[in-house]
Design a protein around this ligand. Structure first.
Ligand SMILES: [Zn+2]
Length: 186
């Protein structure tokens, strides 16, 4: 399990999809979840960087968990997901300011994501307040974008949720380039 967190964390960091201490990862283990430590560096996850706590119940370790624990919990309570990747992909976040939804125009993005909703939020709002909206949208979509913040991808495997995140960013980079060239994507 640790090696999956390490592989995905390092890949997210080296591809610039999170900053040195941004983003968070979790997997569901029955009534528990394993989530990255508050402020942990995804690029160099060690065993002590993973925190186990309840999906609904707190444990002694709960205060150590990522600040976005509430969103991860809500996703597991309301969807069939077993893994969640939260990242800050720059092109996707840039487009989140101007788009209400991301509709990929590349083959991979279309096939895999079809449509990625953008949750609008006033910047003062805490992410925890959006937890239910994020979970609701993840019932029907593989990835959700939070305006001005980042992406939440949910799947059965950490590796797969990571893959969806990279596809979103790739699609958004293409959409951005087309916009810059003044070309309509469709
Ligand atoms: Zn974040």
């Amino acid at each position: 399990m640790l090696s999956q967190f390490q592989a995905v964390g390092q890949a997210l960091f080296t591809q610039g999809l999170v900053s040195s201490q941004g983003g968070n990862l979790s997997v569901k283990l029955g009534e528990h979840l394993l989530i990255t430590h508050r402020g942990s560096a995804l690029g160099s996850i060690q065993e002590g960087d993973l925190v186990e706590t309840g999906i609904t119940k707190n444990s002694r370790a709960t205060p150590l968990a990522s600040t976005e624990l509430e969103v991860h919990r809500c996703i597991y309570q309301n969807t069939s997901a077993l893994a969640v990747v939260h990242a800050h992909p720059p092109y996707a976040v840039a487009l989140s300011f101007t788009e209400k939804e991301i509709i990929p125009c590349d083959v991979e993005g279309r096939a895999l994501l079809a449509k990625v909703p953008v949750l609008s939020t006033n910047m003062a709002e805490k992410l925890g307040e959006l937890a239910e909206d994020i979970a609701r949208l993840l019932k029907e979509h593989r990835v959700v974008l939070v305006r001005g913040h980042g992406s939440f991808a949910a799947s059965q495997l950490l590796e797969e949720a990571y893959y969806y995140t990279t596809v979103l960013e790739q699609s958004c980079r293409l959409l951005y380039l087309l916009k810059a060239l003044g070309v309509a994507p469709r």
